[in-house]
Ligand binder design. Structure first.
Ligand code: KMH
Ligand code: ZN
Length: 283
């Protein structure tokens, strides 16, 4: 996997600070307002994150895909940091597909794009093939770089099928994220990660991994061993250790940077991340 124009030791740290699953009432430290997301973005960039994966909340702290709020959050993050802004098109398991397509109207640099339907705890995260194809073509048209979210090995295969059918993403780079340890998806283990990386299509130019809950450290360590990048954040894990809650997303970014330092990897700057991912110039 090549990183043209970048030193080989560079590590992309993506922060996913909010997600759609945790209630503010259960976790008051979760960033759920434009002010909180701006502060989080600035702190996480200072700690080494170069991209932010955003799920927006409304005034009642509930997940929303309201276009006005999406735009407000994108602007808040851009005013506080220079990180690559990635909006979730996954939303919550309750969001209609048509609302998820409209996320691109908020003009992010990047969008998540999940490669298939997954059982998601007791719910279903719906990503039918026609929806995946429509969202992908829309991302090409709007010049938004997708991050392909892969929850299982079948979705790795589906990515090859998508690229064969519709060609490369805008920008010509192919970045994906292995989301591991979701109840219903692939296991958050070294063996599962090795199998998924082995099967990635040859067109993939970079990949990161994230382990949900307790799998977070195992997945991060094996991702670094395999030369991958890291996604961390309170979307995926709410404790630093058993009984020790995360107080700030920056703690998870700091820990990712520290693990990277042990593996002799240097956090990438947002400008370097733009080269890695092929996002629009000036965004
Ligand atoms: N909230 C999950 C149902 C994404 O952001 O694209 C989907 C998710 C993936 O988090
Ligand atoms: Zn997400």
């Amino acid at each position: 996997m090549s990183q043209p124009d970048l030193p080989a030791d560079r590590l992309l740290i993506t922060v996913a600070p909010t997600g759609a699953e945790t209630a503010k009432a259960d976790c008051p430290q979760l960033p759920t307002t434009p002010e909180e997301i701006a502060t989080t973005a600035a702190e996480c960039e200072a700690a080494g994150a170069a991209m932010i994966h955003i799920h927006v909340r409304d005034a009642d702290h509930r997940p929303t895909l309201d276009l006005g709020l999406l735009r407000e959050w994108v602007a808040a993050v851009r005013s506080a940091s220079s990180m690559v802004v990635q909006l979730s098109t996954g939303g919550s398991v309750h969001d209609p597909l048509e609302d998820r397509l409209r996320v691109l109207d908020a003009e992010p640099d990047s969008c998540s794009l999940t490669m298939g339907t997954t059982n998601f705890g007791d719910d279903v995260f719906s990503n039918p093939w026609p929806f995946v194809c429509e969202l992908y073509q829309l991302s090409q048209e709007r010049q938004v770089v997708p991050e392909f979210e892969l929850f299982d090995l079948g979705q790795v295969h589906a990515l090859a099928r998508l690229l064969d059918k519709f060609g490369l993403p805008y920008g010509g780079r192919v970045h994906c994220d292995l989301v591991m340890g979701v109840p219903g998806g692939m296991n958050g283990t070294a063996d599962a990660l090795v199998a998924a990386v082995r099967d990635l299509p040859a067109a993939v130019t970079s990949w990161s991994a994230t382990g949900i809950g307790r799998s977070t450290l195992a997945v991060a360590l094996v991702a670094l061993s395999k030369g991958g990048h890291l996604r961390v954040g309170m979307e995926d894990v709410l404790t630093l250790a058993r009984g020790v809650p995360v107080e700030h997303n920056r703690q998870l970014v700091e820990r990712a940077a520290a693990l990277g330092a042990l593996a002799q990897r240097t956090p990438m700057t947002p400008d370097e991340a733009r080269v890695l991912l092929g996002t629009r110039a000036g965004s």
